[in-house]
Design a protein around this ligand. Structure first.
Ligand code: HEC
Ligand code: HEC
Ligand code: HEC
Length: 152
């Protein structure tokens, strides 16, 4: 029994390691990044180096701030990212493979579900494409309540 448990733990560790390796940051491995269009304005909302590594933590529905504490800052708003990073050519951050968000993500094989609901272009309707009713059913009560609060 103990041996089987050990074996299972090893298998789980190997699987976890494989997942980590698949999404590891290319710059950290010394690999060149794809060419990115430069953002508008002088600088990003945070230090560029910081953004390269940590933008996902700022974005994911502002998990820490918006969701747990009920604070919604606009500094790291997804809409703002899109305003500054939409491509000159496509007008979008993820319509073509060269567009800012998509360029890196396709390079590292990260696939975002964000664009199911959020527009990839600036100036689009502030509400996500999906109605709130199916959304509420699909996500945790915590997210639903934060969205209710925001839409008032
Ligand atoms: C199922 C639909 C859905 C998906 C998928 C989704 N969101 Fe949202 N998101 C919403 C709704 C609804 C709001 C609240 C309305 C608003 O503020 O525009 C929101 C708000 C936000 C906000 C705060 C408002 C803003 O513009 O900054 C951020 C940031 C955000 N989402 C990021 C993301 C990111 C990043 C992803 C992908 C990892 C994602 N969302 C995926 C529905 C979705
Ligand atoms: C006011 C305009 C502006 C906003 C808003 C903005 N950015 Fe930026 N961003 C820039 C500029 C300009 C650069 C390039 C800075 C440099 O070259 O040092 C940049 C750089 C970056 C980089 C690094 C790109 C590289 O070359 O490696 C990432 C990643 C990034 N931004 C993501 C985001 C995300 C995600 C958001 C929203 C939370 C966002 N940015 C909001 C202007 C902006
Ligand atoms: C400099 C390259 C680069 C650029 C530019 C970039 N990303 Fe990313 N992004 C990554 C990498 C690498 C990951 C995966 C990191 C990991 O999981 O360790 C990632 C992950 C994410 C995640 C989390 C995905 C998940 O399911 O966990 C979100 C959300 C995200 N990026 C949003 C954006 C948005 C929005 C933009 C455009 C405004 C953008 N990114 C531009 C490199 C980039």
């Amino acid at each position: 029994m103990a041996r089987l448990a050990n074996w299972l733990r090893l298998a789980a560790m190997i699987a976890a390691a494989a997942i980590t390796a698949a999404v590891s940051f290319p710059a950290a491995a010394g690999v060149d990044l794809p060419t990115l269009e430069k953002g508008k304005g002088e600088k990003c909302v945070e230090d560029t180096q910081y953004m390269r590594k940590n933008h996902m933590d700022l974005l994911k529905h502002h998990r820490d701030d918006t969701m747990r504490k009920g604070i919604r800052t606009t500094k790291h708003s997804l809409k703002k990212c899109i305003e500054c990073h939409a491509s000159e050519k496509s007008g979008s951050v993820a319509a073509s493979k060269e567009d800012f968000c998509a360029a890196c993500h396709s390079y590292v094989s990260v696939k975002l579900d964000c664009w199911d609901c959020h527009a990839t272009k600036p100036g689009k309707s502030p509400q996500p494409k999906v109605g709130l009713a199916p959304l509420k059913a699909a996500v945790s009560p915590l997210l639903a309540s934060s969205i209710n609060g925001a839409s008032k």
